[in-house]
Design a protein around this ligand. Structure first.
Ligand SMILES: NC(=O)C1=CN([C@@H]2O[C@H](COP(=O)(O)OP(=O)(O)OC[C@H]3O[C@@H](n4cnc5c(N)ncnc54)[C@H](OP(=O)(O)O)[C@@H]3O)[C@@H](O)[C@H]2O)C=CC1
Ligand SMILES: O=C1O[C@H](COP(=O)(O)O)[C@@H](O)[C@H](O)[C@H]1O
Length: 507
């Protein structure tokens, strides 16, 4: 439970934000259908997120029913037992939650299973006589089956037109493999659902510090005049994992690190860092600005790309021996607009590296007319640590305490673990599912945004797929290929040696 507030007080604050965004507060039955309920994502993320929403009172026994759907031969109890081990909570809460779940078995491309699913949903709806009928379908499935599943939902499972309510569909990434395939998928889904019914999830948009980016940038006078090419030298957006593909090699090899992390998660973070101020907080206004900045990105230059593949990646039997798939990439994006001309955005992601973290590092220019030789301490940096140990810290040059007039580098540190000690930071999926129930698309990817994102990366991805760019080998547990650090230095990043920020811990 977060910050000691009760479930009902949290629901109240959620309702007040809904009012700000003109979102109607709805009542009636809510049917949540997890398609691919037997799978990895469903048990690790989707059901636990639903449980946390239940535990905090955002979805309640009286108004919600959860349906798991997949081909596997499972009973209601079979599915419940499968997910029980992934849920942490009081035993009575768990039992109450698990009783809300029913399992329906069927295929993804024939009507029979979906008719059965529709009957199960309708029975539940009819048993609750009043209010709207809200149907939320979560596709925790391989994208290859999205078109047929969406067609089945459209044909058999829409909320009845005789009743107020809605049907919404959450689709997982990857949304295609390049511009053409993404467009084809979008066109197929677009024939079946209106854009306002489709929620393309990118779970990075549900992370606390990612959601804070807009507030930070546009609610603080401090940053407004500094956030531009006059003051900022370069910006890095970094994702590092300290483990490899671990059993997901077959999936990963078809995609690679650019499609898995950079084209979606890091690019979404990039948008929030680089976009102009939206007219308002309305989802369409925010997404308009994201599209604009994506459209301002110049074509990527091959000489501003470094690819890597960790030694041992190809030992996975599901990975071809001649794979050129990158498990590491550093890509420089350049934005052709008044604010950012000349400022490199270095997007870097890698698996099997020396540490696990994700952060945005804004490096400022050197002080003009420097009288303190502060350059030797290193540049000012503003770092937003997305995970782990969520924090924002500002690296500053200060007078070293003591009799001498000497300088050193220190920081202003807002570490969430210290500042918000009793606050539980919600899981990204929890927040995004709640947004879907509320009808708030702000943190979901719009079709034209997706198109603009693929336009940036498709030429580079095709060059990699065609073997025109090679992945350099690197040691697992290292920083990745040294050429990536050389690239960062070449485009302007100056590393501060001898200074490392250590997340503060409670005594
Ligand atoms: N796992 C993760 O951590 C993450 C996953 N995702 C995305 O979420 C989606 C689901 O991922 P995940 O749960 O890992 O996937 P799984 O491989 O576990 O597949 C989910 C379910 O889909 C069914 N299924 C699997 N392969 C096929 C197939 N070829 N044709 C039809 N049905 C199939 C299976 O159910 P059954 O056979 O019982 O019908 C399976 O249990 C994917 O789009 C993935 O990219 C995104 C981020 C993270
Ligand atoms: O989407 C994905 O994200 C995870 C990393 O997510 P995080 O929330 O733990 O940072 C990554 O491991 C996976 O390869 C990718 O598909």
């Amino acid at each position: 439970m977060s910050g000691g507030s009760s479930p009902s007080s949290r629901r109240n604050s959620f309702n007040s934000l809904s009012k700000d965004l003109d979102l109607p507060s709805e009542q009636g039955c809510l049917s949540i259908v997890v398609l691919g309920a037997s799978g990895d994502l469903a048990k690790k993320k989707t059901f636990p997120a639903l449980y946390h929403l239940f535990e905090q009172g955002f979805i309640q026994s009286g108004e919600v029913h959860i349906f798991g759907y997949a081909r596997s031969n499972l009973s209601d109890d079979g599915l419940r037992e499968r997910i029980r081990g992934y849920l942490k909570g009081a035993p009575e809460d768990l039992s109450e939650f698990l009783q809300l779940i029913k399992y329906v078995s069927g295929s993804y491309d024939t009507g029979e299973g979906f008719e059965k699913l529709n009957r199960a949903i309708s029975e539940y709806e009819v048993s609750k006589s009043s209010g709207s009928y809200r149907r939320l379908f979560y596709l925790a499935l391989p994208p290859s089956v999205y078109p047929s599943v969406c067609k089945m939902i459209r044909t058999y499972c829409m909320n009845p037109s005789s009743h107020p309510g809605w049907t919404r569909v959450i689709v997982e990434k990857p949304f295609g493999k390049d511009l053409d395939s993404a467009e084809e998928l979008s066109a197929q889904l677009g024939e079946l659902f209106e854009e306002h019914q489709l929620y393309r999830i990118d779970h990075y948009l549900g992370k606390e510090l990612v959601q804070n980016l807009l507030v930070l940038r546009f609610a603080n006078r401090l940053f407004l005049p500094l956030w531009n090419r006059d003051n900022i030298d370069n910006i890095q957006i970094v994702f590092r994992e300290d483990f490899g593909t671990e059993g997901r090699g077959g999936y990963f090899d078809q995609y690679g690190i650019i499609r898995d992390i950079i084209q979606n998660h890091l690019l979404q973070v990039f948008c929030l860092v680089a976009m102009e101020k939206p007219v308002s907080l309305k989802p369409e206004h925010i997404r308009d600005e994201k599209v604009k900045v994506l459209q301002s990105v110049n074509p990527i230059k091959p000489e501003e790309v470094v690819l890597g593949q960790y030694d041992g990646y190809k030992d996975d039997p599901t990975v071809p021996d001649d794979s050129n798939t990158p498990t590491f990439a550093s890509v420089v994006l350049r934005v052709h607009n008044e604010r950012w001309e000349g400022v490199p955005f270095i997007l870097k992601a890698g698996k099997a590296l020396s540490s696990k973290k994700a952060e945005v590092r804004v490096q400022f220019k050197d002080v003009p007319g420097d009288i303190f030789r502060s350059k030797k301490q290193g540049r000012n940096e503003f770092v937003i640590r997305l995970q782990p140990s969520e924090a924002m810290y500002m690296k500053l040059t200060v007078k070293k305490p003591g009799l001498e007039m000497a300088t050193e580098q220190s920081e202003l540190d807002l570490s969430y673990g210290m500042r918000y000690q009793n606050v539980k930071i919600p899981e990204a999926y929890e927040r995004l599912i709640l947004d879907t129930i509320r009808g708030d698309q702000q943190h979901f990817v719009r079709r034209d945004e997706l198109q603009a994102a693929w336009k940036i990366f498709t030429p580079l991805l095709h060059d990699i797929d065609d073997g025109k760019l090679k992945a350099l080998p690197y040691e697992p547990g290292s920083r990745g290929p040294k050429e990536a650090d050389e690239l960062s230095a070449r485009v302007g990043y100056v590393q501060t040696h001898g200074y490392i920020w250590v997340p503060p811990t409670l005594a």
